[in-house]
Design a protein around this ligand. Structure first.
Ligand SMILES: Cc1ncc(C[n+]2csc(CCOP(=O)(O)OP(=O)(O)O)c2C)c(N)n1
Length: 349
């Protein structure tokens, strides 16, 4: 197993350009774009937690603080026509794939304007127009869906990459092993992105496996693997790009393990006395968003004023999204059963 990869930060002043791709625009991948997306994720999460604490709305919520580099890097590496399949801990993936904040917040509030007309909630968002194909509350369940989407891309001859994200705990499910095996056997263009935050709910990785290097499980099925320090935003940025490019060009799967640590509790409203204080404090020192901000300023890539104006614009966007959701009409009762069950086309079940 290769050691964790690290990356030198490019010192050149970065510029922002848009590129047209598949008829839609996407932002070119630059350190500034990476920071902006990471900050949008982090600020939206802060806004959600504040609104939950204030009782503005109620919903289950699984924080992503600390996971922003990989979420944002995926958003920048993928084309609009690519797909992503995520989990209940999906805020970063959903936003990075291009779903507008207003639609995300409306979904969390149970509003008709939400990604799934308010019927999915925080754990079950889907927005196929943006390539967000599913998020699921069932641990490990996204990987077979991603493998199926990868197989469909091959059959259709589509230039499409599918990324699926999941935690370290999900690597002990049967679905994980079945998906990796078939993705390798059939050479599917799927990136399996493990956000290894060292915890499966309340259980430390050391208490559920003797092999804490999750990527070894992918090596067992001869899949290309990349392992990266998840707190090193620029290294993650390169690793994600390498993985996505490989899946697209080689039409082959890649296993990418981003090694990080859970900076917030498993879910909103829970406590975590089981995590040693020293470990958590050491991890908080590596909090990627403030560190990336410092890196941009210290390297001369952006001035303090430029970073402040990015941050201020994001806070306005978050505030707007929460106000929009708060005042948006709730999903009508008559909508409750539509889009819930597929039609059998007259066939008995
Ligand atoms: C099949 C299944 N088993 C158990 C659970 C309960 N559960 C919810 S989150 C979670 C922890 C999963 O840990 P990991 O895959 O590392 O992801 P993380 O929550 O750390 O992002 C568990 C066990 C579930 N939702 N689905």
């Amino acid at each position: 197993m290769a050691p964790l990869s690290t990356n030198e930060f490019g010192r050149s002043r970065v510029s922002e350009r848009s590129v047209v791709d598949g008829g839609r625009e996407r932002t070119e991948a630059t350190p500034k774009a990476l920071y902006t997306l990471m900050m949008r994720i982090s600020a939206l999460e802060d806004g959600i937690l504040k609104a939950l604490s204030a009782g503005t709305f109620r919903a289950p919520f699984y924080p992503v603080r600390g996971l922003e580099p990989a979420c944002a890097a995926v958003g920048l590496a993928l084309k609009p026509t690519d797909y992503i399949v995520s989990t209940y801990r999906c805020l970063g993936d959903v936003l990075a794939k291009g779903v507008p904040m207003r639609e995300i917040m409306a979904e969390l509030f149970g509003r008709a304007a939400g990604t799934s007309k308010g019927k999915g909630g925080s754990m079950h968002m889907a927005a196929p127009d943006y390539g967000l194909m599913a998020t699921t509350g069932v641990v490990g369940a996204g990987m077979p869906i991603a493998a199926g989407l990868g197989l469909a891309a091959l059959w259709d001859g589509a230039d499409r990459v599918v990324v699926t994200t999941f935690g370290d705990g999900a690597s002990s499910t049967g679905a994980f092993h079945e998906s990796l095996n078939l993705a390798s056997l059939w050479s599917l263009p799927v990136v399996f992105l493990c956000q290894n935050n060292q915890w499966g709910e309340h259980t430390s990785i050391d208490d559920y496996t003797r092999q804490p290097v999750i990527a070894t499980r992918a090596e067992a099925v001869t899949m290309k693997t990349i392992r990266v320090d998840g707190f090193d935003s620029m290294a993650v940025f390169s690793a994600v790009r390498e993985a996505v490019d490989h899946a697209r060009m080689q039409r082959a799967p890649v296993f990418l393990e981003s090694v990080t640590f859970r900076l917030r509790p498993h879910a909103y409203g829970t406590d975590e006395p089981y995590i040693p204080k020293s470990k958590r404090e050491a991890a908080i020192e590596k909090d990627p968003v403030p560190n990336m901000r410092r890196l941009l300023i210290n390297s001369g890539a952006l001035t303090v004023d430029e970073v402040s104006s990015i941050d201020e614009a994001i806070l306005v966007e978050v505030d707007d999204a929460i106000r929009f959701a708060e005042s948006a009409p709730p999903t009508p009762i008559g909508e409750m059963m539509t889009d819930v069950y597929a039609s059998t086309g007259g066939m008995p079940l």
